[in-house]
Design a protein around this ligand. Structure first.
Ligand SMILES: [Zn+2]
Length: 481
């Protein structure tokens, strides 16, 4: 396999392999008794030999050896019982130096006196090495419960608390003086538990578990050419499809050197909520004020003062969970630069006085077309508006902004729209085929309001258009542009 692992942000997890002095007490008591028995027996035998042979017949220590066995497996033969005992002590001391946990084992450990004939003695350190991995060591640890669920085993409560503090520190480090509060959302509790030492996590692994939900490496970094996602999956015993899902931006072709491949999704065991003060600059939007100008014709608008945004320094309370912002609340603001309000004047002047026929009025043409009948006296009686030629369906436009006050069928007018422009001014549009607006609608000058038709009393399709001021009909030509 050609991928190489790199350490995670935090240190790699390692299981603790250690033991301490106390651990041996159980085993030592039992085998010491056996040794004592053996020694006692030897002393008796020596005395008997002394009596039988009638003198000192020194038995050299070299004639005996001490065999160290664990669960029946012969690990080493040493020159003395004390060396054998030291080997066990040293092994356990080495491990205990790393943990401080009370340990025990339930293995059958024997130191047996045997003949030294032909024996090659092992040193104490050889025997110490030989013990590695042979003892089933149990630790008096604590179980860590997160919201009541057993999540892992650690050496002691302090280790668990320290790990939680480290995670809190990780997420609050950049807050500095602006930190308002920091909370772990879950309840973390510990309870004593005796477990195999291998199941007890070391301090760094506990932090990894709390932050990511798993221990050890979360990433592969491609170190050799020719490596594909499938290779990484195979090397890490991960389902290829699963790995693909975890790395949506990577395809299954050869990956460039240094590519970061995510091996596992983070599933934090605790959520750290950090609240902090954040100060930032924001734009202050300007307001727009509209002033009615009675001397400016209706439909006209002028910007008198151009609006300009200001600036303010805003202090917010920002809440993050595991480093992700979940809320932001404005606490205070200081204006750095006041915005300049925009002022617009709006023409509201209604021209009620009759004007000349030159067409310098204020209304827009509702329909482009020939005037087929003018305002005033005609053969069939007084004509209260003008008729503008048009085909059925031609669009009729509002002559000025205003409110539609009538849009319905009305006798000789047929379908008629009446728009109130304020100040007593109304415009009427008659014989329509269609309404595009309803009574109550606000319309702007030039809006499509209906279509030319032949409804009501009319001989052909045209628009009958009236201008009324305080309900008196005036010649529309005096008011049209
Ligand atoms: Zn008419």
């Amino acid at each position: 396999m050609v991928a190489s692992q790199k350490k995670n942000v935090l240190k790699d997890a390692k299981y603790i392999k250690s033991i301490d002095n106390n651990s041996l007490n159980k085993g030592r008591i039992s085998h010491t008794k056996k040794v004592q028995r053996i020694v006692s027996t030897a002393v008796v035998l020596l005395c008997v030999a002394f009596l039988i042979f009638g003198g000192f017949n020194l038995v050299s220590a070299n004639n005996y050896a001490y065999k160290l066995t664990v669960n029946g497996d012969e690990l080493a033969i040493l020159a003395s019982e004390s060396e054998a005992q030291s080997a066990i002590d040293n092994y356990l001391n080495q491990i205990s130096d790393q943990t401080g946990m009370k340990l025990s084992y339930d293995d059958d450990v024997q130191i047996e006196k045997v003949s030294a004939d032909g024996v090659v003695f092992a040193s104490t350190s050889d025997a110490t090495s030989a013990l590695d991995g042979k003892l089933n060591i149990m630790a008096d640890a604590v179980g860590v419960y997160i919201d009541g669920n057993l999540s892992m085993y650690v050496a002691d409560e302090k280790t668990a608390r320290t790990a939680v503090d480290k995670v809190k520190e990780y997420y609050s480090a950049d807050a500095g003086d602006s930190l308002i509060s920091i909370d772990v959302l879950e309840e973390v509790a510990v309870s004593p538990a005796q477990v195999e030492l291998e199941k007890v996590l070391d301090a760094d692994s506990v932090v990894n578990m709390l932050m990511f939900g798993h221990i050890g490496n979360h990433y592969y970094y491609i170190a050799d050419s020719g490596c594909t996602l499938a290779d990484v999956a195979a090397a890490n015993n991960i389902d290829a499809a699963q790995l693909s899902k975890l790395n949506p931006t990577l395809n299954n072709s050869e990956l460039p050197l240094g590519t970061e491949v995510v091996l596992a999704q983070s599933e934090p065991l605790i959520d750290v909520q950090v609240a902090k003060k954040v100060v930032g600059i924001q734009e202050l939007a300007y307001k727009t004020e509209t002033i009615d100008n009675t001397s400016l014709a209706r439909g006209n608008e002028n910007v008198i003062t151009k609006g300009e945004n200001g600036q303010e320094e805003v202090t917010s309370k920002v809440v993050e969970t595991n480093g992700v912002v979940v809320s932001s609340q404005r606490l205070s603001a200081v204006t750095l630069e006041e915005p300049v309000d925009q002022v617009i004047e709006r023409g509201v002047k209604i021209v009620v006085a009759s004007r000349s026929n030159s067409g310098s009025g204020i209304l827009g043409w509702p329909l482009a077309g020939n005037i087929t009948s003018r305002f005033g006296s005609r053969s069939l009686g007084y004509h209260t508006g003008i008729d503008i030629d048009g085909s059925v369906g031609d669009t009729v436009f509002a002559a000025e902004s205003g409110t539609v006050v009538f849009a319905a069928y009305s006798g000789n007018y047929g379908n008629i729209i009446k728009i109130d422009h304020g100040g007593g001014l109304e415009t009427w549009y008659a014989h329509l085929s269609e309404f595009y607006v309803n009574s109550g609608d606000e319309v702007s000058r030039g809006d499509s309001i209906g279509a030319v038709g032949v409804t009501g009393r009319t001989t052909g399709s045209h628009l009958h258009f009236e201008v009324r001021i305080n309900d008196v009909a005036y010649n529309p030509l005096n008011y049209l542009d």
